[in-house]
Design a protein around this ligand. Structure first.
Ligand code: SF4
Ligand code: SF4
Length: 356
C-alpha cells in the first residue's frame, strides 16, 4: 500500500510567517496533533545547526507547528543529541547555548530545549535490535522518555549517507554518543598520501586523536578512529576517502535500523516534517554558510520516514535533473531507503498530495 506524503511548495523568499503557515498545513494533513494526548511529552526532534551554519531550520518557520502541538500536548520540547565531532554541540551546555543563539529561545518559541542524551552524551538506554546489523541500539534516554515525536528535518546532502533526511534524523539523531559510534564503526577512512598536502586541518578536527603526521603526511590510526567522518569533510584536498561501496552501504543500513526502533517506540505518535529549503551539499553540522545545490522546493510531511525521504529525493531530482547529491559525494543514498523498506520502517511507494 502506498504511503501518503503531503507537500506544500515553498521558498525562503516567502518569508517566515508564510512558511510557518505552510508547515502547519502540512503537519495538520498528517493528523499528528490529533493523535496526541494532553499528558504526552512531545519531542520536536531538530538539528539546531552548528555554530556559523545558516541553512538550519529557523525558529520562525515552526510557529504554527508549535502552536498546534502545544494545544494538543502542552509538554512539548525541542531536542537533539550531542555530536561525536569537535564543535559546539558535543555537550549539553554548549549545545543549548548554540540553540539559543540560533533563536530557539523561550522569548521566541517558548519551547524548552532538552538535549536528549544528557550532559556529555552518555544518558542512554539499550534497545534490542530487530533487523540484521544492530544487535542492541543505544538510544538517547530523553528520546525514549518521550511519548510522541515530530521529526523536523532539514534535507541536505551528506558525506556518509549521501542524503541527510528524516531517516538520518531519526536513526543517527536519536542515538546517544555510543549509538553514533556504533553506527559509524563500519566506516573506515583512508588517507591517500599522494593527495595529502600536510595542511594539518584534519589533525585539529579529529576529536579522537586518531590522525598523526607520519613522514609529512596524515595517517589514521584504525584503533582510535571511530568513523565519525569529520576528517572527510574538513580535508579541502580530497585526500581522505572511505570505501564507498561496503562501508557506505553498511552505515546506511545501521542508520535505518536505529530509525526503525525509534519509529516502533512512538508508533502512531510519530510524524516527519521535512524542509526542502536551502538544500546544501553538506549537512547542518558544517560551521559555515553553504550554497544551495538546487532551488528551494517546499515542505513534505508524512508518518512514513521512508516515503517522506523518497518523496523529498524525488522532488530534488525533478527540479535538478541530474542528481545533485551525487555530484557532491558519489554515494548511492538509496541503500537507506531500500533497507528501510525491507525491515518495515516504511515504503518507497507513496502518493504525493499537493496542498495549495
Ligand atoms: S586535511 Fe587533507 S591535506 Fe590536510 S593534512 Fe589532512 S589529509 Fe592531508
Ligand atoms: S580519523 Fe576517524 S575519528 Fe578522526 S575525524 Fe576521521 S573519521 Fe573521525
Amino acid at each position: 500500500m502506498k504511503s501518503r506524503v503531503y507537500f506544500a511548495a515553498a521558498r525562503c523568499e516567502d518569508g517566515p510567517s508564510v512558511l510557518a503557515e505552510k508547515a502547519r498545513a502540512v503537519l495538520q494533513a498528517t493528523g499528528f496533533a490529533a493523535r496526541l494526548e494532553a499528558e504526552d511529552f512531545a519531542a520536536l526532534k531538530i538539528h539546531f545547526g552548528e555554530k556559523g551554519n545558516t541553512g538550519h531550520i529557523k525558529p520562525a518557520w515552526l510557529a504554527g507547528v508549535v502552536e498546534d502541538v502545544r494545544a494538543a500536548a502542552p509538554r512539548l520540547f525541542l531536542t537533539d543529541t550531542n555530536t561525536l565531532y569537535v564543535g559546539s554541540r558535543s555537550n549539553s551546555v554548549e549545545h543549548i547555548r548554540l540553540a539559543w543563539a540560533h533563536g530557539f529561545r523561550p522569548d521566541i518559541l517558548d519551547v524548552p530545549v532538552i538535549i536528549a542524551d544528557g550532559l556529555i552524551g552518555n544518558d542512554r538506554r539499550e534497545v534490542q535490535g530487530e533487523a540484521g546489523r544492530v544487535a542492541s541500539a543505544r538510544l538517547a534516554s530523553g528520546i525514549l522518555g518521550a511519548d510522541a515525536m515530530l521529526a523536523l528535518t532539514h534535507v541536505t546532502g551528506h558525506v556518509q549517507t549521501g542524503i541527510g533526511a528524516a531517516i538520518k534524523n531519526l536513526g543517527m539523531g536519536c542515538a546517544s554518543r555510543a549509538g553514533k559510534l556504533d553506527q559509524h564503526s563500519v566506516a573506515h577512512p583512508r588517507v591517500q598520501t599522494k593527495a595529502c598536502l600536510d595542511c594539518g586541518l584534519c589533525y585539529e578536527h579529529c576529536a579522537h586523536a586518531a590522525i598523526s603526521r607520519v613522514e609529512g603526511r596524515a595517517c589514521i590510526d584504525d584503533a582510535r578512529c571511530v568513523g565519525c567522518g569529520e576528517c572527510l569533510v574538513v580535508c579541502k584536498h580530497g585526500a581522505i576517502k572511505v570505501r564507498w561501496d561496503g562501508d557506505i552501504r553498511r552505515i546506511q543500513e545501521k542508520v535505518a535500523e536505529y530509525a526503525l526502533l525509534v519509529k516502533k517506540h512512538f508508533g502512531p505518535k510519530l510524524a516527519c516534517l521535512s524542509f526542502l529549503l536551502q538544500i546544501s551539499k553538506d549537512c547542518d553540522c558544517m560551521a559555515r554558510s553553504q550554497a544551495g545545490i538546487v532551488e528551494d522546493i517546499g515542505i513534505c510531511g508524512s508518518t512514513d520516514p521512508v516515503a517522506v525521504d523518497r518523496a523529498s529525493a524525488d522532488l530534488v531530482l525533478e527540479r535538478a535533473g541530474a542528481d545533485p547529491f551525487r555530484r557532491g559525494y558519489d554515494i548511492d543514498w538509496s541503500f537507506q531507503l531500500s533497507h528501510g523498506q525491507a525491515i518495515g520502517l516504511g515504503t518507497n511507494e507513496y502518493r504525493r498530495i499537493e496542498l495549495s
